[in-house]
Design a protein around this ligand. Structure first.
Ligand code: RP5
Length: 167
């Protein structure tokens, strides 16, 4: 589904350099037909925009925010601090520390302001897209079914190709 539908999931990231990772979240949202939007929102380069985005998220109808960031990755936690819309954090693999810095920055939220933290990098972004679709799917049967179909296809693919030497 395109960005022209009223978005239910907001995908934000700290930098354009995060897009090669975060595109995997968007691929899943598109696969399941989840209306979404995509935007660069930087905690340290555009702090006012970050607060505005978080403050307006609920009123604009967003049900989940996926926030990806690398290094001193404060974007997911800061956004979560300003909205009760659930935030899923994706630690982007950093050049200096391979994303270990991003992971610890995002996952170690003090009790009281949760960020649902995914794995470092592409797998985390992909799973954030799936998880966001599952959350939205609680109230949208067609999206829930699309996720169930995806899971069934994955299972079938493994069961039909059990020999690890054959592609
Ligand atoms: C973070 O700093 C971004 O999320 C990105 O992962 C990292 C590096 O940003 P750039 O210097 O590539 O813009 O804010």
């Amino acid at each position: 589904m395109s960005q022209t539908s009223t978005p239910l999931v907001g995908v934000i990231m700290g930098s354009k350099s995060d897009w090669p990772t975060m595109q995997h979240a968007v691929e899943m949202l598109e696969l399941f037909g989840v209306p979404h939007e995509v935007k660069v929102v930087s905690a340290h380069r555009t702090p006012d925009l970050m607060f505005e985005y978080a403050e307006q998220a609920q009123g604009r109808g967003l049900q989940v925010i996926i926030a990806g960031a690398g290094g001193a990755a404060h974007l997911p936690g800061m956004v979560a601090a300003k909205t009760v819309v659930p935030v899923l954090g994706v630690p982007v693999k950093s050049r200096a520390l391979s994303g270990n810095d991003s992971l610890l920055s995002i996952v170690q939220m003090p009790g009281g302001i949760p960020v649902g933290t995914l794995a470092i990098g592409d797998a985390g972004a992909k799973n954030a897209g799936i998880l966001a679709s599952q959350i939205v799917g609680n109230n949208m049967p067609e999206i829930r079914q699309a996720v169930a179909d995806f899971r069934a296809a994955q299972t079938k693919s493994v069961l039909e190709n059990p020999d690890p030497r054959v592609d």
